[in-house]
Each structure stands twice: as C-alpha cells, then as structure tokens.
Design a protein around this ligand. Sequence first.
Ligand code: A3P
Length: 353
Amino acid sequence: MAAPSDDSNISKTFENKFLQKDSYAEELRELMDSLPKEKGWITPDMYNYKGFWLGSIHLQGALRCQKHFQAQDYDIMLCSLQKTGTTWLKSLLFALITRKQYFPAAISQQQIHPLLTKNPHELIPGIEFYYAIENSPDFPMNNGRRILSTHLPGALLPKSVWESKCKLIYLCRNQKDTVVSFWHFMNKRRSSELGGAEAMPFPEAFDRYCRGEFQFGPFWDHMLGYWKESLENPSKVLFLKYEEIKEEPDVHLKRIAAFLDCPFSEEEKECGVVDGILRLCSFESLSNLEVNKTGKTIFRQTGNHAFFRKGKVGDWRNHMSDEMANKLDQIVDEKFKGTGQPERRVKEQATRG
Ligand code: A3P
C-alpha cells in the first residue's frame, strides 16, 4: 500500500478499529491480557510492554514493525516523544532533503512547495502508525532517502534500524514544557475523538506524566536510551534539543545537514537556502497555512491545528505551581544523575505570557 494521502477513510476505520478490543488479532489480545495495564489518556487502556507504556495501536504497530520493517542505509529516522517539536523537525528535514527539487528561497516566487499544502506528518510517516494498519506499507522516497519518524523507544525499534547505516535524529524538549503541551494536545484529542469527553485536569495529567504513565513513556528511559547511543555512536544518532534549535536554528540546521551527509554548499548559503528553509518551517509560517489551520491529520479526527499551539519556550510557567516545577526538576535530576544530563533546563529568564 502506498502511504495514504486521503485521510477521510483511514481516520474513521483506524480509530474505530483500535477503540474496540474485540477487533484485535487474537495474538495481540493474548499479549495485552498478559501485560500490566493502566487507563489510557485517549484509549481505554495502555499497556506496559518491556518497560514502556503503549496504547493498543502502538503496541500492534511496534510488534509489526519489529517483524517486518527493513531499515535501509539511506533511511533517516526522526525519533522523539510526543510534543517535543516533532512537527517542526519533520518540516525542517523534509525541506532540507528536498531542497534541490523544491528550492526554498524561491517560495516568494510562488513555487509550490509540498509543505505549503501538506502537513509535515503527511510528508513524513510515523512507522508504528502505518504498521498498525498493515504488514508492508510503502514509504515515499525523497531525493534518494526515506524520511521516517517514530515515537518508539530505541529498545523497541526493529533490529535492522540499529544494524543498518540508517541515521537517527533524536529530538527532546524540557519536560515542563513537554507535559504542558501534551496535556493541551490530549485534551483537544479527547474533545474531538471521544465525543467531547471531559478535559483531564492538569494536576492529574502532571502526576501521570511524572510517574511515566503516558504513551511511549516514561520519558527518562526513552531519552536515556537514545542519549547513550548518541554518546557511543555519534555518527549514528544525533541528539537534539528543542530549546537549542530555537536559540540557534541556522547552526542546528547546518549541523543536521552535515550529520545526514548533505551539507550546505557555500553557494547555497550565499543564495539564502538556509534562511529560506528556516522561514518556511517557522511556527508563524506553518501555523498560518490553510492546511494546518483547517486540515485533518491522517489518522485522526483532530485537526492539524492541534500541532501548532504556541511554539514557545517556558510556557510551563503559565500552568505549573512552583511545587510542581520543583517536583519535576527533582525527578529529572534523579533519573539523569551521572548521565551527562540530556535534559536542558529552561532558562530562568523565560517569561510568563
Ligand atoms: P506547544 O504546545 O508548547 O506550543 P509535536 O510536533 O512533537 O507534537 O510538538 C508540538 C509542539 O511543537 C507544540 O508546542 C507546537 O506549538 C510546537 N511547534 C509546532 N511547530 C513548530 C515550529 N514550526 N516551530 C516551533 N515550535 C513548533
């Protein structure tokens, strides 16, 4: 099957299928019955599989990926937890890899760039979602590379990802902004996908997040798995932080290009290609496109607008008490002690508003 572009049928069947347990394959049902479970944020349950919390959709997708996905040396895999800036990095990667085909600096001359009419999640497929539907999805090639993404932890990725020369880029974000962003996103999904279900109060979401009980969590094991790989094998895994990209986007875009063996030439730099990509993929630019204001995600009823909220560093201050912030800081300190601290603290001057 080709990566689907018309979302209407998929989103309906996808959601319905995975919200009804009796429609799961028997093998999956047996496994789910044997695993520790907790109430899901969207789905009725989520399951602890090898130390990570997965909804039934992601569990099915993870198992099928492990069995059938074959990584190629030319693949690029963007790995992240939800709400860490995945949509932004997807857009940057797509624009970077296809820059010869779609020259970003020419956007002002009305050239039609795919990012102007498609949401980044449509251009860069999340593998576990596609494998949740079938055994052999056909992922698109872009300029000789497959650009893919996953929220799965490194320990649950198919073996071929680690055995091949495929490149991994991991994106993380400070936990306080991530949990706030996640809470907003999940409440939007609860409202649109669960027939207007009540919003989860922030204190409840915060406590669950701190216990690691959210899809693909806990965050510490997710981050540390990729962090250690990036230290041991820096040509295989590039570890990025949302706040650092925000601070110096051009530095990091050039770093990503070099890591992916497609560095910018001097001519490209002089012609404004780096700036063109950054402008095209900025929060202001993407969030104001019609496709991202009124379009829908491929797999869900929730609109694309849910992926663009504020795009700021430090918004946690508008939601979190000092006590909560201290608690999360302590968890981060304890979990990352002695590891070189993959999480970057938000600077104290981050302002309210
Ligand atoms: P906020 O909710 O804090 O605004 P993900 O893409 O992993 O789901 O993460 C979503 C978060 O990234 C949201 O954070 C969203 O606003 C922010 N975001 C989306 N596009 C962005 C962009 N182009 N630049 C910076 N941040 C962006």
